[in-house]
Design a protein around this ligand. Structure first.
Ligand code: AMP
Length: 589
């Protein structure tokens, strides 16, 4: 947890462009209103509404910028592919037409289970053009998280690779009865008539497409996120959210249309969609997409060779780079790089300062979550940075530190006081609901404020500092993991009677998942069973979600109503005072 340290302020970095989009925070925040900001967008021709894909792609053609590079894709085996905005418009048109040809209707669910491949970008934009509801899934998920989400979100179409299909989806087809079309990139393997090959499907589809009138309030993206209890939550976002992406791309990431931008997040998570696809394209930049997983040397090579100017990454990766030391950067020519930002987990002050030392630039931390749809609190290019702080609310956003009590909310005005981070509603990218869970959605709001479930404090200068989560969800390598989902997978194993899952601190990943397990009679708590359970969880959930550690216990602490007390498990694990934890249940945001 970043403390408010005595680190010196970092004054506006020397490399600041002469024309930052947000030159004066105080003035802009005072004057900002979302109606004026809407001028950043065009809307569909003829006043036919607002469609994210039109703003991200087609609009640039209308403004004579079709030749600019939209995507620069670097494949893991050295392949390289560039798509101009005009190419991307045509390819996404083809995909939209292909969906029509397959009988897919507006509002139906199109799920994407792909690594960072060009097809993901084309399918996402094409499905938005066709007014389908798009859900990108993390390709490292195991079959269980895929099935849960596809069932909940009523997946009608899935786009995936032949390999992911065979490993993770084929065995689920019976269960996913609503899934009528599966499209695999490249060619469909011979002998399976239920699969469509991407190449043939798109070749047969027309490259011309007119987006039908789109209600800005119609659902565009369904992003699953984890809560403390129950199934994952399906946060529903609408086409109108694109305004927040246009504004935050400019203000929080300082994107200008001559930038070469790289967001390292996977589009299977909300950052990789909002800021790895939508915001950069809306801002008209050249968007670098790297298929391979993290490796410091190859990342530095990408920064140098692609002449990346704006880089959006995450604390786990920064910590891994820090471990290798600034020497690893030697020999890379990084003079193009001018703005570095980070999101997803607490960014410790040391990491911000290491940026200064290694790159000559600080990392600009910013904060948001799946539900908010876009960046809400940030360190802006022209603002002084207090290392360890998440920065200040976006112009157009009112944030507060609050305390819930029986009569509603109490706003805490005293600086440096811990409370829950709350945001005044509404704003364009705010989720419009949790799929099929109205009550859970309603519980997020009190007196016109959205309660984030994060604990934070604000200092006397208006900077926000992250303190921790108010609930039991786990952040591991930037991925939000619901303990219930992990516990449920463990409970499927015949040896497991009870399971309690918590996050424990880890120097690299922030937190790692640890499970406490009580066994059924007749099972011995030995190493063989531990490995079997670890393997079982990894197979069901995928490596990114599965526990890294399992500890056997005779029984687990429970409340009177029988709920496993994760906080007590955690307090004992970390040697923290148990205080009145025994009376606490897990609060669900
Ligand atoms: P997700 O919905 O998966 O994007 O996760 C959102 C959660 O990640 C937030 O509620 C925070 O708990 C955490 N988070 C995001 N950004 C930051 C940040 N800059 N500092 C600390 N925690 C963060």
């Amino acid at each position: 947890m970043p403390q408010q340290p005595d680190h010196a302020l970092i004054h506006k970095p020397a490399s600041l462009r002469p024309d930052p989009n947000l030159a004066d925070y105080v003035q802009t925040a005072a004057r900002f209103n979302w109606d004026d900001a809407a001028k950043l967008l065009d809307g569909l021709p003829g006043g036919a509404g607002l469609n994210i894909a039109y703003e991200a792609v087609d609009r640039h053609l209308a403004h004579g910028r079709g030749d600019r590079i939209a995507l620069r894709w670097l494949g893991k085996s050295g392949a390289r592919r560039e798509l101009s905005y005009a190419d991307l418009a045509q390819a996404s048109n083809r995909f939209a037409n292909a969906l029509h040809d397959l009988g897919v209707q507006p509002g139906e669910g199109v799920f994407l289970l792909l690594g960072r491949l060009p097809e993901l970008y084309v399918a996402l934009l094409g499905a938005l053009k066709a007014r389908c509801v798009v859900t990108p899934l993390f390709s490292a998920f195991g079959p269980e998280p895929i099935a849960t989400r596809a069932e909940m979100g009523d997946a009608r179409v899935l786009v995936t690779t032949p390999e992911l299909y065979q490993r993770k989806v084929q065995g689920l087809r019976q269960r996913l009865s609503g899934l009528r079309q599966v499209i695999v990139v490249g060619e469909a393997p011979a002998g399976d008539a239920s699969l469509h090959g991407w190449d043939a499907l798109l070749a047969a589809a027309s490259p011309d497409y007119t987006i039908a009138p789109t209600d800005p309030e119609s659902v565009s993206l369904l992003h699953f996120t984890s809560g403390t209890t129950g199934k994952p939550k399906g946060a529903m976002h609408v086409h109108a959210a694109v305004l927040a992406h246009a504004v935050t791309g400019r203000y929080a990431l300082d994107l200008h249309d001559d930038d070469v931008y790289w967001c390292t997040a996977d589009p299977g998570w909300v950052t990789g969609t909002s800021y790895g696809v939508i915001a950069p394209l809306v801002c008209g930049v050249s968007n670098v997409v790297v298929e391979a997983e993290f490796d410091a040397q190859s990342w530095y090579r990408v920064l140098a060779e692609e002449r990346v100017t704006v880089w959006y990454t995450a604390p786990t990766a920064i910590r891994m780079m820090m471990k290798l030391g600034a020497e690893a950067l030697q020999g890379f020519e990084l003079s193009a790089l001018r703005f570095m930002a980070s999101v997803g987990e607490p960014l410790n002050p040391e990491a911000v300062l290491w940026g200064q030392q290694a790159f000559g630039l600080p990392f600009h931390d910013n904060w948001w979550q799946t539900e908010t749809g876009g960046i809400m609190i940030a360190n802006y290019a022209a603002m002084d940075i207090k290392p360890g702080s998440m920065g200040k609310p976006l112009p157009g956003i009112t944030a507060a530190i609050v305390q819930r009590d029986s009569s509603g909310l109490r706003l805490i005005d005293t600086p440096d006081t811990d409370g829950e981070l709350a945001l005044k509603t509404p704003w364009p990218s705010m989720m419009r609901g949790y799929l099929h869970e109205d009550e859970r959605y309603r519980k997020c709001f009190v007196d016109g404020w959205y309660l984030t479930g994060d604990l934070a404090r604000r200092d006397a200068d208006g900077y926000y500092w992250f303190v921790g989560r108010a609930d039991d969800v786990i952040k591991s390598s930037g991925h939000l993991i619901g303990p219930f989902e992990v516990e449920s997978a463990l409970l499927e194993h015949p040896a497991v009677a009870e399971a309690g899952v918590i996050g424990i601190p880890d120097p690299m990943a922030g937190e790692v998942v640890k499970a406490f397990v009580a066994l059924k009679p007749g099972f011995a708590p030995d190493e063989a069973l531990r490995s079997e359970l670890l393997g079982h969880a990894r197979k069901r959930l995928g490596a990114a979600v599965a526990p890294k550690q399992i500890e056997f216990r005779n029984n687990l602490p429970k409340t009177r109503s029988g709920k496993i007390m994760r906080r007590l498990l955690k307090a004992r694990e970390l040697g923290l005072p148990e205080g009145d934890l025994s009376t606490l249940e897990s609060d669900e945001k």
